[in-house]
Design a protein around this ligand. Structure first.
Ligand code: ATP
Ligand code: MG
Length: 205
């Protein structure tokens, strides 16, 4: 019998994509034996100040530059094509239609994991995907375990904590360094760094 395809979902603003996102995807893929990881930039996030966020097209372009040549990684426009706010609870049913029979693994760092019960319809999210979580910003394993127990009890969700070397990189810090005229070499893939520089992205306020 053909086994069902295991698809990782790497959602994020990706403003811009950086090495932390890519390592998270790679570690999750290895830990959970995923066949593929979809990188899905958000549309206009309702949680962030939208003035600072570049258009979906540009953020997806940087994603595609970052993952070029990696066969298992793929950029997806499902969220940026949607009007207005994008919600994970709406993206998952769309992905189910695109990949019938696949099982889904939503990849995330500790900050997203600790707030996911406040996202729109967490019960729909947890009924449709497992969560694959890595630590970030010094969040303890105990704190992650506690949240895992809470989500499993509250929503019957499936959560996998994956061991990960703390990667202290964020898009905010990258944008700040660019504003200050500093280099982001090695924080983002070289192709992304060149694209940002050539287009003068994130330079102004
Ligand atoms: P910003 O600073 O603009 O919020 P970010 O670096 O947090 O950007 P996002 O696009 O918000 O990047 O993150 C998408 C997902 O990737 C989130 O689940 C986040 O927790 C995770 N993530 C981002 N950077 C890291 C990192 N360095 N280590 C672990 N997880 C990360
Ligand atoms: Mg973030």
């Amino acid at each position: 019998m053909k086994k069902s395809m295991k698809i990782g979902i790497m959602g994020g603003t990706f403003n811009p994509i950086h090495t932390g996102h890519l390592l998270l995807a790679q570690y999750a893929m290895d830990a959970c034996k995923l066949d593929k990881v979809l990188f899905i930039p958000t549309g206009n996030s309702y949680m962030k100040d939208s003035r600072e966020i570049l258009s979906g097209d540009v953020r997806l372009k940087m994603v595609n530059l970052a993952i070029a040549g990696v066969e298992e990684f793929e950029g997806s426009d499902v969220e940026i094509l949607r009007e207005g706010n994008t919600y994970t609870c709406e993206t998952l049913p769309e992905l189910k239609k695109l990949y019938p029979g696949a099982s889904f693994y939503f990849l995330m760092g500790a900050d997203s994991f600790l707030s996911i019960h406040r996202w729109k319809s967490p019960e729909i999210i947890l009924a449709n995907t497992a969560l694959v979580v890595v630590t970030r910003d010094g969040v303890s394993y105990e704190r992650l375990e506690e949240q895992k127990k809470f989500l499993e009890k509250e929503y019957g969700g499936e959560v996998e904590l994956v061991s990960f070397p703390t990667i202290d990189i964020s898009s905010s810090e990258i944008r700040k360094r660019i504003r200050e005229g500093k280099s982001v070499r090695f924080q983002v893939p070289e192709e992304v760094r060149i694209f940002i520089e050539e287009n003068g992205l994130y330079e102004g306020n």
